[in-house]
Design a protein around this ligand. Structure first.
Ligand SMILES: Cc1cc2nc3c(=O)[nH]c(=O)nc-3n(C[C@H](O)[C@H](O)[C@H](O)COP(=O)(O)O)c2cc1C
Length: 339
């Protein structure tokens, strides 16, 4: 496989895989787990520039970075250029390796105001925003965006050129237009024209769920790295699987019931340390479906787990379920319907 170098500031990665920024998902507990399974580069959830300036505590907390998760970028979003520059300065104080500008969020109340993917409708404004953020900080600045506002208005090549001219050091391209939201076939064919137009690293994102998807996109495009988002939710080991496939031509990791339930619990316990038991347990409810997907009787177990409010009780229920599955597997029953 061709060597894909991703260089920004002090960060130099080869054939790298990054964990995408995801609001309410990529908190420090999930990032740490993905890192342990092989994610090379991490991003915080997006951080609202205006919230930071208002000194909103919940917003500022999203920038918390643990030493073991480096290299990591803080992603900021907003529509006002001065606010974005000020937010970047505040983010820099947390000493991430880079600052990322969100130019891809499709959520109506953000994009219609001109932030996130809304920046794709006014490329000169987007360029000025990147310039001002670059000017405001010492750290490298990157941009995560989409191929265009609408499928009939694809302007990623022009956007990438402007972003590079403004001083950005890398660009992540979610290969869907804003109008496609998170569904529809990503248009990976836009990666090569972007690569030809700029000399900064270009990272591909969108629709990379299985290891095979990453292998294909690396074979078919000249992207300098791949970014995984939903493919890692409820299955952070996907990073190890991808790396195995790329290096050895096959996936040897067995994501069996033991690994899946161990990881689910590990994720919850780390979240409890960061957020406290009550909040972590409530937020973890959305992950059971992913971690337990396809396992025998998982819907029954999930129904019990989502009404539990005590860590010890949840741990007992999961361990008990894990033991049952292991015993059934030993007795020759199918316990994982995904196989
Ligand atoms: C729950 C969720 C939250 C997201 N939050 C962010 C965000 O904070 N910043 C961002 O740039 N993109 C965000 N995204 C978009 C992803 O980073 C990614 O671009 C998109 O999901 C496409 O990748 P995928 O097809 O691999 O999921 C979010 C996506 C999801 C599903």
């Amino acid at each position: 496989m061709k060597e894909r170098i991703f260089d920004i500031g002090t960060v130099r990665l080869k054939n790298h895989l990054s964990l995408a920024p995801m609001e309410d998902v990529t908190d420090p507990s999930f990032r740490a787990i993905c890192k342990e399974f092989g994610a090379d580069l991490l991003y915080t959830e997006f951080v609202n520039a205006e919230g930071l300036i208002r000194k909103d505590e919940r917003t500022a907390k999203k920038m918390a970075i643990a030493p073991e998760e480096r290299p990591v970028g803080v992603q900021i979003y907003g529509e006002r250029i001065e606010a974005m520059a000020e937010a970047a300065r505040m983010a820099e104080e947390r000493e991430p390796e880079f600052i990322d500008i969100n130019a891809g969020c499709w959520v109506k109340k953000i994009a219609r105001r001109g932030a996130g993917a809304g920046l794709l409708r006014d490329l000169p404004y987007m360029q000025r925003m990147v310039e001002e953020v670059v000017r405001a900080v010492q750290l490298p600045v990157t941009v995560k965006t989409r191929i265009g506002w609408d499928r009939s208005e694809i302007n990623i090549v022009e956007a990438a050129k402007r972003v590079e001219e403004a001083g950005a050091r890398a660009i992540v391209v979610h290969c869907r237009a804003r109008s496609m939201g998170h569904s529809g076939e990503p248009l990976y064919e836009w990666i090569d024209p972007v690569k030809e137009a700029v000399s900064i690293p270009v990272v591909v994102n969108g629709g990379l769920f299985e290891p095979e998807d990453v292998r294909r996109v690396f074979e078919e495009t000249s992207a300098d790295g791949a970014m995984i988002a939903r493919g890692a939710i409820g299955r952070p080991w996907v990073f190890r699987e991808i790396k195995q496939l790329l290096a050895e031509g096959r996936v040897s990791l067995d994501a069996d019931e033991t690994l899946r339930i161990d990881t689910c619990l590990d994720h919850l316990k780390r979240a409890v340390e960061v957020k406290g038991e009550r909040r972590a347990i409530l937020e973890h409810r959305k992950y059971y479906a992913g971690y337990l997907k396809g396992l025998r009787d998982s819907s029954l177990v999930r129904r019990e787990l989502v009404v539990m409010n005590d860590l010890a009780e949840i741990e007992d229920a999961l361990r008990d379920y894990q033991r049952r599955l292991v015993n059934l597997a030993i007795a020759g029953y199918v316990v994982d319907h995904r196989r």
